[in-house]
Design a protein around this ligand. Structure first.
Ligand SMILES: Cc1cc2nc3c(=O)[nH]c(=O)nc-3n(C[C@H](O)[C@H](O)[C@H](O)COP(=O)(O)O)c2cc1C
Length: 346
């Protein structure tokens, strides 16, 4: 209701300006006890049927904030109060970088979609890490790591290793991002030979931390199959599927997210689940606007889900609405716990 009044005003602003405005509210609310507690009273959903432990991390519910929304970790104090079960901050690169020239974020309201070509604008690992309190955190905090635009592809591993080092002891898990379309060449790191070398170096340097890999929705079954094999070989703990798609014919250049991505992302989740025999935890992301969208991802094989574009269109009550809807889905399907539904229609 509240967001229905605020959204027309926000949508009059340029999309990136609106995002900055929303984040500055989040940042202020994170520091205000009364606002935080009010949000928590409205939106926190606590129910044992939604809680899971995956790769030794406890998730109070399966709905997370996707990478890119809070690139710099300014809202880590507020996301739990909005009902999220975890958050992925970043993408963070070793040093601060400005990203691409604006305008670089566009709304497609008729399609409930966004196009972005942000290019990893962020404050750099040191400044972002300083905003992340030491564990234990209210909800798990994942850090999405990327490479600096100017780092040659053959040295990309060094950038991920720097990220791991700077956030050592601060993050509950890490996501190795090799799938953003807006850093030239980055997605080539998804090719089997390059990925093998990259994951080998990263795992050797960080043998014990939970590491996930974030993949693009534009991969063939064969490529997904190679990825599953490498994830297993290098003992990664999970896969985030998916990033934005570049297979679209919209006027703006960049990655497409939101409703048009939904089915493609769900199909990737399903394929990854099948290819791994359900043995690798999957975070399903792409086009989730309501509980039924999240339920589809879970039934296809996702243990957790994330939202970005849905939050822009639906507002701050989205995580709570999804969690409540998931509880209804569990009851309707006769499930006693969310984990029983994971992959039930894969
Ligand atoms: C403006 C914008 C910026 C994004 N930045 C990042 C990023 O820095 N790193 C990343 O891994 N994904 C990034 N993403 C991708 C999202 O995390 C997510 O994978 C994608 O948008 C699909 O989910 P959605 O349909 O719920 O938005 C970004 C998406 C948008 C719309």
């Amino acid at each position: 209701m509240f967001y229905r009044c605020v959204r027309p005003w926000l949508f009059q602003l340029d999309a990136e300006q609106a995002h900055e405005r929303a984040l500055s509210w989040v940042e202020r609310a994170a520091r205000n006890d009364i606002l935080r507690e009010t949000c928590a009273a409205l939106w926190q959903v606590r129910d044992a049927r939604l809680a899971q432990e995956l790769f030794c991390v406890r998730f109070p519910n399966p709905v997370g904030l996707a990478a890119g929304f809070d690139k710099n970790g300014v809202g880590v104090g507020l996301w739990p109060a909005l009902g999220f079960g975890f958050v992925e901050i970043g993408t963070v690169t070793p040093r601060p970088q400005p990203g691409n020239e604006p305008p670089r974020l566009f709304r497609l309201p008729d399609e409930r979609a966004l196009i972005n070509r942000m290019g990893f604008n962020n404050d750099g690992a040191l400044r972002v890490a300083a905003r992340v309190p030491p564990p234990p955190h209210g909800i798990p905090i994942g850090v999405n790591l990327g490479k600096q635009k100017t780092t040659p592809l053959e040295n990309a591993a060094d950038d991920y290793l720097t990220g791991l080092k700077v956030f050592d002891g601060r993050a509950d898990f890490f996501v190795i991002n090799v799938s953003s379309p807006n850093t030239p060449g980055l997605r080539q790191l998804q090719q089997a030979d390059q990925l093998d070398a990259l994951l080998g170096r990263i795992r050797a340097a960080a043998p014990a931390v939970p590491l996930l890999l974030k993949v693009a929705p534009d991969l063939t079954t064969e490529q997904l199959s190679d990825i599953v094999a490498l994830v297993r070989q290098h003992r990664l703990n999970g896969i985030v599927a998916t990033n934005t798609t570049i297979q679209h014919s919209r006027a703006q250049e960049g990655g497409l997210s939101g409703a048009p991505l939904r089915d493609r992302a769900t199909e990737c989740v399903r394929q990854l689940y099948r290819l791994s025999g359900g043995a690798i935890p999957i975070i399903g992301v792409g086009g989730i606007f309501r509980a039924t969208d999240a339920w589809e991802k879970i039934c296809a094989g996702a243990s957790l889900v994330e939202v970005y574009t849905g939050l822009v269109y639906e507002g701050p009550g989205l995580a709570a609405a999804i969690n409540r809807g998931l509880l209804r889905q569990l009851e309707a399907g006769g499930f006693t716990h969310l984990r029983e539904a994971v992959g039930c229609r894969a």
